[in-house]
Design a protein around this ligand. Structure first.
Ligand code: IPE
Ligand code: IPE
Ligand code: MG
Length: 246
């Protein structure tokens, strides 16, 4: 089909279908250079395009990136405001490239605390890319795994109270239908940059059986080559899901 972006053919065998990334280390990257933390956030934002665009070449269909957590509001007002401005600019600047490279964008997280201008840009980007299918990019913005489960439970309890759901019918299949990620498969591989070996409230429910890679690279230094290598290493992992080697 003319004009519709197609995947390249050098796919990695056993490539993870869904990769989630905790993009950490922007602040330290900037500090190492004697610059303010926001300088690192700008450098980090510039890394995203290369990683997204490498997905179809290697066979990753879903990429979920952690941009701002429900706990990140604890940072200084200057840093938070700078990040919010960066998110607005990022959306404006990247919209065209995302549309033409076949990327469907979704946002997860609680939008209510974000400012109206940003929310409008997020909605517009989701709409503008809604027909794309080559890569599914999900941006976690004001996202926290506990917050997501609490919001999901609230909606689920509402359905029980209104008689749309019976408590006996609540099981492992029911709750995820209320999560922000309800249209996404669970992540196969979760990568965290910057050397921290924790998940910091990211995709708590969804990553129950994900494989993890904690790497020392700071996010602004992360390249598509390193991404490809991590995806290739994933192909050699043995996922047992509680069963036996087989
Ligand atoms: C990750 O980088 C980006 C956000 C959390 C918004 P950090 O800002 O956490 O960078 P470090 O961990 O302080 O180096
Ligand atoms: C996790 O990084 C959140 C994002 C990458 C957006 P943090 O830097 O906020 O996590 P902690 O504070 O080190 O746990
Ligand atoms: Mg950090």
């Amino acid at each position: 089909m003319a004009g519709v972006p197609q995947p390249q053919v050098n796919l990695i065998p056993g490539c993870p279908r869904h990769v989630a990334i905790i993009m950490d280390g922007n602040g330290r990257w900037a500090t190492q250079r004697g610059r303010p933390r926001l300088y690192g956030h700008h450098a980090g934002a510039r890394r995203v395009r290369e990683i997204v665009e490498s997905c179809p070449q290697i066979g990753v269909e879903y990429l979920t990136i952690f941009a701002f957590s429900t706990e990140n509001w604890k940072r200084t007002q200057v840093e938070v405001a700078g990040l919010m401005t960066l998110f607005r600019r990022y959306i404006v600047k990247e919209t065209r490239a995302l549309i033409t490279s076949g990327v469907r964008v979704r946002f997860i997280g609680d939008r209510l605390r974000l400012d109206d201008k940003l929310i409008a840009l997020m909605n517009d980007l989701e709409t503008a890319t809604a027909q794309n299918t080559l890569v599914h990019l999900t941006i976690a913005l004001n996202y926290g795994g506990r917050d997501e489960v609490a919001r999901a439970t609230k909606r689920l309890a509402g359905d029980v109270a209104e008689g749309r759901l019976h408590p006996d019918d609540v099981d492992e299949e029911t709750l995820p239908r209320y999560l922000d990620t309800h249209v996404l498969p669970d992540p196969d591989l979760v990568i965290r940059t910057s050397g921290e070996a924790r998940i910091s409230n990211f995709l708590l429910w969804q990553s129950a059986y994900s494989e993890y890679e904690f790497i020392d690279t700071l996010w602004p230094d992360f390249t598509s080559d390193e991404f490809k290598n991590l995806c290739a290493a994933f192909g050699g992992r043995d996922r047992r899901y509680g069963g036996v080697l087989g």
